[in-house]
Design a protein around this ligand. Structure first.
Ligand SMILES: Nc1ncnc2c1ncn2[C@@H]1O[C@H](COP(=O)(O)OP(=O)(O)O)[C@@H](O)[C@H]1O
Length: 268
């Protein structure tokens, strides 16, 4: 990207430097100039980060999770952290201007390292953010991951992170019975190795009350994005059939990447 997303505070104009390219919206048909520019949508706890990071490794494209950018800002105990902490711990959304600035700084750092393309996880979350992004660059594909809401709460409550290596795990054992013709969903826990066991932490916003607030806010503010991208022919809905072992191969198939992964692993 030639330049980066930059918030001009006074007029809230955004200039996003990128030579925009046309690229197939439905699969990885990357033009020679850049890698894919994808967005992952989905409720809190659905697994955006899990699958976005796997695709990031497979495609050699940076996985940019705005939730992580927010947590980094929180941890830096800079001027923003107090303000952010109150917002995040109530499950509310950070302001568009703050999140756009955090994203802009991340893109600038990536550009300096020669990064090309991105998989955005957690951005956009509002129509304003989607309009900003759409005004300045091409989004090739929007993957909308879906799970039944009752599974999401249990997944968020079971989410753990190793305080030392930063890896994510989940101690919940999900077993949702099928009903009304809908298949059941079962997910085994994603347990940590022994060396992480004693270092597991839970996110402050992964309490039942805050998770429900985040889900409500997602449905109110982020769900309209599904229609916004559907109307542009960019949306790919994906109902997760279960945990990673069942879902990952099916997601690759839906993205027409199943043979790509075979070729990559054969070449490795
Ligand atoms: N694009 C965004 N716009 C506004 N706030 C955001 C955005 N992305 C992340 N946040 C803030 O960071 C918090 C954590 O985000 P994330 O890790 O993506 O959580 P979730 O599991 O809810 O998707 C959100 O609850 C919100 O407060």
């Amino acid at each position: 990207m030639a330049r980066v997303l930059r918030v001009a505070r006074s007029s809230s104009l955004f200039s996003f430097g990128s030579r925009s390219y046309s690229a197939e919206a439905s699969h990885v048909d990357v033009t020679k100039e850049r890698n894919v520019q994808w967005v992952f949508l989905g409720c809190p706890g659905v697994g955006k980060g899990t699958y976005a990071s796997r695709l990031s490794s497979l495609l050699g494209v940076p996985h940019i999770a705005t939730g992580d950018l927010v947590r980094d800002a929180l941890a830096s105990s800079g001027p923003l952290s107090q303000q952010l902490s109150e917002i995040v711990n109530q499950g509310k959304l950070v302001s568009d201007e703050i999140i756009v600035n955090l994203l802009s700084n991340r893109l600038e750092a990536g550009e300096a390292k020669g990064e090309s393309g991105f998989i955005l996880d957690g951005f956009p979350r509002t129509m304003r953010q989607a309009e900003i992004l759409g005004d300045v660059t091409n989004i090739d594909l929007v993957v909308n991951l879906k799970l039944p809401e009752e599974v999401l709460v249990d997944k968020c409550l079971g989410r753990r992170t190793c305080n030392q290596c930063g890896k994510g795990f989940n101690i919940a054992h999900i077993n949702l019975k099928g009903e009304n013709g809908k298949p059941g969903i079962s997910m085994d826990p994603l347990l940590p190795p022994p060396q992480c066991m004693s270092k597991l932490i839970t996110r402050a916003d992964d309490t039942e009350e805050v998770v429900k607030a985040r889900l409500r806010i997602y449905n109110e503010t982020s769900q309209p994005l599904e229609e916004y991208y559907r109307s542009k022919g960019k949306l790919m809905e994906f109902d997760l059939p279960g945990g990673i072992p069942e879902s990952w191969p099916r997601l690759l198939e839906a993205l027409r990447l199943d043979d790509y992964e075979e070729k990559q692993s054969a070449a490795a």
